[in-house]
Design a protein around this ligand. Structure first.
Ligand code: GLY
Length: 370
């Protein structure tokens, strides 16, 4: 089965079935021009009224209130109504910002997402979260607006830098931590990037679709993140702290890189029995080795980092999952075995972080010594 067939809800069919009065297409500017042309043709054959097409810069700077106002003005100019559909093509920042604007225009215009990065294909495009940054903090304003369909095609990713492509694979690895089937799938794949032909692109698309299904199952049980959906934050408490801390430096980490470090930390915690709740560790030595190897080979991290526990703690204290003054985290006891919520004590985090850094340094020395 190829990626095209696996995309559970065909986006062109979804578009036709939604009987839109108007369809608007908002995509990133700097995508593969040939593929943009190909998708433009697909759009024109799936709807009678493509009322507007807009190319925007993608990336985090798009997630502003000002950009949302620009988009709302454009929706007005294009005459979008509650019967219209907005199709987005881009990374997670674009679908977050455009999704937010669409979800508040006339109390909600329907959406179809065509993600163009691994991160958006397995995570951002799914589950309906939209949002912009506000007041100096990420995703402070947002809505839940589940798209009619998400269409994954790895061919969009051929223009990504290797660093951005690799960083997105952290979310694929995270799903392998959360689900045994996804773990087996990832271990069974020996895909290389960039693919050499259409068949190899389809194999990547298939991997992304299967990985995203892990998220979809979890979101189906808790669409508005009142409970179990929080487990999708595995590796993210530390990851968000690293991302926020480095964002003001000359070497900001990508989201996926920061999450990968969070997942390395998760593996370290289990090997050191940090969380004592529950009565067993469900992880075999073999599985731990595989996950560590996947993270090391698929998501290379920036070199020579050093963050103190104190610096990270200050950022963790602002995590959205916290309640009151408690720092809540997702703990992991093996593939598919999650503890949520657990609470960090500052002393215990400091001790674990220091031990992790020492072990990481030893590992790095071993890896670089001849
Ligand atoms: N990215 C985590 C979530 O959508 O819940």
């Amino acid at each position: 089965m190829n990626g095209e067939e696996l995309n559970s809800h065909d986006w062109q069919e979804a578009l036709q079935l939604s009987k839109p009065d108007r369809v608007a297409w908002i995509h990133e500017k700097c995508l593969d021009q040939e593929l943009l042309g190909h998708y433009r043709t697909k759009l024109l054959t799936s709807c009678t009224d493509l009322c507007g097409e807009l190319g925007l810069e993608g990336g985090e700077p798009i997630k502003t209130w000002l950009q949302v106002e620009n988009l709302l003005q454009i929706f007005k100019d294009w005459g979008l109504t509650r019967s219209s559909v907005v199709v987005t093509t881009g990374g997670g920042a674009l679908s977050d910002a455009v999704g937010f604007a669409a979800s508040i225009w006339k109390r909600g215009v329907r959406l179809i997402h065509i993600p163009t990065t691994p991160l958006s294909a397995v995570d951002a495009a799914w589950g309906g979260k939209t949002g912009i940054n506000w007041g100096g903090a990420k995703n402070q304003l947002g809505t839940f607006a589940e798209p009619l369909a998400v269409h994954i095609d790895a061919q969009w990713m051929r223009t990504l830098s290797p660093r951005h492509f690799r960083a997105g694979l952290a979310e694929v690895a995270k799903h392998a931590f959360l689900n045994l089937e996804a773990f087996d799938d990832l271990c069974a794949h020996t895909l290389s990037w960039p693919p050499q032909n259409k068949e190899e692109f389809d194999l990547w698309s298939t991997l992304f679709v299967k990985s995203s299904n892990v998220k979809r199952q979890i979101v189906a049980d808790d669409p508005e993140e009142r409970g179990v959906r929080c487990i999708l934050n595995l590796g993210h408490t530390l990851g968000h702290a690293v991302e926020a801390y480095t964002s003001g430096t000359s070497e900001p980490w990508l989201h996926g890189e920061a999450v990968a470090l969070g997942l390395h930390f998760t593996l370290f915690e289990i090997s050191h029995g940090v969380w004592t709740m529950g009565n067993c560790q469900e992880l075999s030595h073999e599985q731990a080795k595989k996950l560590s190897a996947i993270l090391h080979t698929q998501v290379p991290l920036p070199q020579n980092w050093s963050f103190t526990a104190e610096e990270l703690w200050n950022y963790m204290a602002h995590d959205k999952k916290n309640v009151g003054n408690e720092i809540r985290d997702v703990a992991w006891r093996g593939v598919g075995h999650i503890l949520w919520p657990v609470h960090w004590k500052k002393k215990s985090f400091e001790a674990t972080w220091s031990a992790f850094v020492r072990s990481w340094e030893k590992f790095s020395q071993r890896a670089t010594s001849p």
